[in-house]
Design a protein around this ligand. Structure first.
Ligand code: SF4
Ligand code: SF4
Length: 291
């Protein structure tokens, strides 16, 4: 067969094959066609695509399907999306826009390497969970931050860093309150506070005063000066740690001038977002203001 004939034969064969597979694909697509609900697509489009799972579903698509198709799934589960997304999801899915409290993660520890004694050098893998399995971690306080960043690694919003003094710093402007960092921390010292909080508490104080003092220069001594000073009765001591009733604190308003913060001898209470500066924290002697 000459060359031209071979070429023509090839073109014909491949054209026929193309037509055949084209029809086969069209038939398959028709056979397995799944109708897409346009409302699900609209809801999916208004979600932030973080796929963080804070809604309790396996990503934005799964939540969009659930909120449109299941009557029991509320419209306000997308924490990163906040109020605006909740309202839009409610509008699209024909549900009631329920109220949504904005929250942010707060680290309940100020135990930087300037304050907490190191008992040993940890040479294992750079993970808080791994380090805490070895005698609770290398730092003397077994309740505080280990600074190896398990929480930082799970935050999808880049809101957390470990600073040069080995403690986590949270950027509350970036934090969406999704809560993914909470279970990542083996020390259970990350907590979601209302975004409108007035004060923050930076110690979990799970031991007796003498034990806390021996390990950390900025540990809560549970002196309860804050509890006694608060006119709103928003602070309580439950025999282990100080607790904040944020609703009572916020409702009382600025009339108290956050007196609890000013009476705290160890700077464990501070005003919203006003974590003591690194320079202050680097000089423990400068912290003690009249205990
Ligand atoms: S907050 Fe918890 S998870 Fe994050 S660095 Fe500290 S110990 Fe590790
Ligand atoms: S800020 Fe005021 S109302 Fe709130 S806990 Fe402190 S003293 Fe009480």
């Amino acid at each position: 067969m000459e060359l031209t004939s071979i070429a023509i034969f090839g073109v014909v064969v491949f054209t026929l094959l193309g037509i055949f597979f084209g029809f086969a694909l069209a038939a398959t697509a028709r056979r397995f066609y799944v109708a897409v609900n346009p409302v699900i697509e609209s809801v999916r489009a208004c979600l932030p695509s973080a796929n963080c799972g804070a809604c309790g579903f396996a990503g934005c698509q799964a939540y969009a399907e659930a909120v449109v198709e299941e009557a029991k799934t509320p419209a306000n589960l997308c924490v990163p999306g906040g109020k605006a997304v909740a309202e839009e999801v409610a509008r699209l899915s024909g549900k009631v826009a329920e109220q949504m409290e904005e929250r942010v993660a707060v680290l309940r520890c100020h135990g930087t390497t300037a304050y907490v004694k190191e008992q040993a050098e940890y040479l294992g893998i750079r993970s808080c969970t791994a380090a805490s399995l070895v005698f609770g971690g290398p730092r003397a306080c077994k309740n505080g931050c280990l600074g190896l960043g398990d929480c930082v690694r799970v935050c999808p919003f880049d809101a957390m860093t470990v600073d040069q003094l080995g403690i986590v710093v949270i950027d509350s402007k970036k934090c969406t309150g999704c809560g993914l960092c909470i279970p990542a921390c083996p020390k259970n010292i990350l907590e979601l506070y209302p975004a409108a909080r007035r004060i923050e508490l930076s110690c979990v104080a799970r031991e007796k005063v003498s034990a806390v003092r021996a390990k950390c220069a900025v540990g809560c001594t549970t002196c309860q000066k804050c509890v006694n000073a608060c006119p709103a009765k928003a602070l309580t001591f439950d025999d282990v740690t100080i607790r904040i009733d944020h609703k009572a604190c916020i409702a009382y308003g600025p009339g108290c001038a956050e007196v609890c913060v000013d009476v705290c001898p160890t700077f464990i209470l501070h005003r919203r977002g006003q974590v003591p500066l690194l320079e202050e924290l680097a000089h423990p002697s400068g912290l003690d203001h009249g205990q």
